[in-house]
Design a protein around this ligand. Structure first.
Ligand code: ADP
Ligand code: MG
Length: 291
């Protein structure tokens, strides 16, 4: 039989906005030794701002417009920021609907987008996307996340965007250590320079960057092989496989995708990282009452 205190533990956690999908996860949560975080949207706000635009034989506005058209159907935080930047460029643009000019959309996880606008094939994404499509591009070495844009095999330029670290992220990572967590790890598909900067600001113990979704699953499996109790925390855009694989998958419910909320064992309803610490403390208290 399930001790009654488990039910009150789940009830109490739901009151603070932590949805736990079963009493067994309280026990797992109480004993987590390794925390693994996705960067974008989890430790950072996932709200990017365009900081510079480097067009190549095209105007800045045309470059942003092409990128915004390509990102029309994407809900990735990068896509949202590019569409917002285009709206600022051209007030009218929010009313222009280009959806009937778009076809053949491919969203390549960890790389970006390819899509046809009229008869032109556009590529918008990182250096991996350019390389895998044999596009001769000019590498941008600005600090930030670099979004490269190409039309067919013609390089059109790059857009540099920047995200911000969540104000409470550092404090939360430290508080986790105080509850008995031994290691904090950060995983990201973003470039090394940005990942290393965020990791050092937050003093995470290990950082792995430029990962494709499958590489993230491999990292999860490495930790599971060490027999450490592992929690993975993600916002969900293509995190569902790792959320499901970890001993306990924690999804940010606010901006997280439906697939991630579905795959997760614990959902933080308001994206408040501090609620992870509160959830662990509650779980530990519940376990000590149950014993
Ligand atoms: P993270 O691990 O930080 O959440 P993702 O795996 O979602 O990152 O994406 C990794 C990288 O792939 C991004 O940093 C970006 O360079 C590229 N990318 C993914 N989706 C898009 C998109 N819709 N538009 C442009 N670039 C994208
Ligand atoms: Mg992500």
């Amino acid at each position: 039989a399930i001790p009654l205190s488990f039910f009150s533990g789940i009830g109490a956690s739901s009151k603070i906005g932590v949805l736990i999908k079963g009493s067994n996860y309280l026990e797992v949560l109480a004993g987590v030794k390794t925390f693994m975080f996705d960067k974008t949207g989890t430790l950072t706000k996932g709200v990017f701002e365009v900081v510079s635009i480097h067009p190549n034989n095209i105007s800045e506005e045309e470059l942003i417009k092409k990128a915004a058209m390509a990102e029309e159907y994407s809900s990735h935080p990068i896509a949202v920021s590019i569409k917002n930047a285009y709206k600022e460029f051209e007030e009218e643009s929010s009313r222009i609907d280009f959806s009937d000019r778009l076809s053949d959309l491919k969203e390549i996880a960890g790389q970006g987008i390819s899509i046809k606008v009229d008869d032109e094939l556009l590529f918008v994404g990182n250096d991996k996307l350019m390389i895998s499509n044999n596009i001769n591009f000019e590498k941008c070495s600005d600090f930030g996340t670099i979004v490269y844009v190409a039309k067919e095999d013609v390089f059109l330029g790059s857009i540099v965007i920047n995200d911000r670290i969540k104000e409470d992220a550092k404090e939360v990572l430290m508080a986790l250590k105080n509850t008995g967590v031994e290691k904090n790890i950060m995983l990201t598909g973003d470039i090394k320079e940005v990942a290393d900067f965020v990791a050092s600001e937050l003093s995470v113990d290990y950082v792995y960057s430029e990962l494709l979704p499958q590489d993230k699953v491999d990292k999860v499996e490495e930790v599971l092989d060490e027999n450490s109790v592992l929690a993975f925390v993600g916002d969900g855009i293509n995190d569902a496989p790792v959320l499901a694989r970890a001993d306990i998958g924690i999804a940010m419910g606010g901006i997280g995708s439906d697939a991630a909320i579905e795959a997760a064992d614990v959902v933080i309803m308001d994206d408040n990282l501090g609620n992870i610490v509160r959830g662990i403390k509650l779980a530990k208290r519940t376990m000590s009452i149950a014993k």
